[in-house]
Design a protein around this ligand. Structure first.
Ligand SMILES: [Zn+2]
Length: 89
């Protein structure tokens, strides 16, 4: 599963099948997905490459993304609607 994150504007991949790691649990509901544990992404910040890593830390619960306060983007601390997920084949 992958979605375009409205916070850090990049794609986040959540692996819910297979035996590889990392792997997330998924409630199987494409309309109101819940993933566990949290999604935590660090990437060089193109606007400030020498300062620090851009960080995006979020929980997806029942179709909503809750961004934790340690995220470095504008949506830190807020909860927003998850964009539509592509169909699982
Ligand atoms: Zn993100």
């Amino acid at each position: 599963m992958a979605f375009r994150c409205p916070g850090c504007k990049s794609m986040h991949c959540v692996i819910v099948e297979g035996t590889g790691r990392p792997r997330w649990s998924y409630n199987g509901d494409a309309d109101a997905p819940t993933f566990s544990p949290s999604i935590h992404v660090s990437a060089p910040d193109p606007d400030a490459p020498r300062v620090e890593l851009a960080r995006c830390h979020s929980f997806v619960r029942e179709g909503q993304i809750r961004f934790l306060a340690d995220s470095t983007h504008n949506l830190a601390g807020q909860t927003v609607e998850l964009p539509d997920l592509p169909e699982l084949n």
